[in-house]
Design a protein around this ligand. Sequence first.
Ligand SMILES: [Mn+2]
Length: 426
Amino acid sequence: MFSDQRLAELNQPLLAEHQTQFQYTAESPRLRHADVAAVVQKLIDFQVAIPSWALGTGGTRFGRFAAGGEPATLEDKIGDVGILQALNRSSNSISLHIPWDIPQDIPGLQQLLKEKGLVIDSVNSNTFQDQKDQPQSYKFGSLSHTDKAVREQAIQHNIDCVRYGKQLDAKTLTVWLADGSNFPGQSHLRRAFLRTQESLAAIYEAMPSDWTMLVEYKPYEPNFYSMVIPDWGTSLALCQALGQQAQVLVDLGHHLPNTNIEQIVGRLRQFGRLGGFHFNGSMYGDDDLTTGSIKPFQLFLIFNELVDAALDQSVPAEAVAYMIDASHNVKDPLEDLLQSVENILSAYAKALLVDREALAEAQEANDVVRAEEILRDAFLTDVRPLVSEAYLRAGGAIRPLAAFRAEGAREKLIQQRGKHSVSTGL
Ligand SMILES: [Mn+2]
């Protein structure tokens, strides 16, 4: 849909204005301390994985309102991420969910991924719902279940996920457990933890040596009294017990309101255990809203910790997997993802513009106002010209969302796939 030539046509009317704005920003005396060309290069290099389950409209337990033209197969999903990648050149990987995305035609999928310039980054296991023909039920838990047969089924499912992932060159298994209890007394809290640790160890042992296991936490939902892995401390303890290939995954929506997530991120970097992110936006809990739509300042502060840690030689240098995990009810899913990626890039750009030398001086001098103002200066900078420049130099659209609409991309997808196609897993 978005050939290089078509993108050039879509960019043409925006080019002169963009160049004026970029030059104005790059030469701004306020950014004297920053290397703007290096910032643009870092934005070009930054990639965030798109979840296969965000390509269809999400729902709530009250219902779902389909967008039309949704991807019904893994091939369609790769096609959709290909559209995002063509437009912003920052979405070069896909997170799969098993069993919703079990790969069938491996050579065909490999070829398609290559054509679109995409890779599979992570495979997510699913033991939060029962599948058809599955002998054991996860109603009362999976890896933490009291019954060994249920635990073994859940362990095997995770091992199967690794096997599917290997076929498509993935290197990461993401484990999120819905396990927990709804009422006091329902579950023995310590024993549930120990059973989970034992089950994770069995999966970890079966994982190839070049794979990473990401252990995600969540404070509540679907269990409301206790979750077996409710917080980053529990995830960290499990990862430390498992080994160096186990890392903590921070899902922004998996925190109670007002949690200082940036401090958690800083701590995990310090301990060498930050494996990855699930980006999304939230007002109250796991709302799965567009990343940066509700708390852009928090997103900036998270990236501020990441940029600061990356510059600190005493912090272990480790790969962090950046992934989106969101899917809501009212937006076009692809437009939502374009917005999310842009908000992520903007937060990163702003964090890269922080005058770190001046900030360190202000912190040492306990100059509270100056320190805060330095962060605010970076946060309030209009970085849109820098982000657009990164899109453009990487071969994408100056304004991806505008290009998506100008092309009538959703209408074309509806023509191809029909009004009522339903994305697997939803
Ligand atoms: Mn998540």
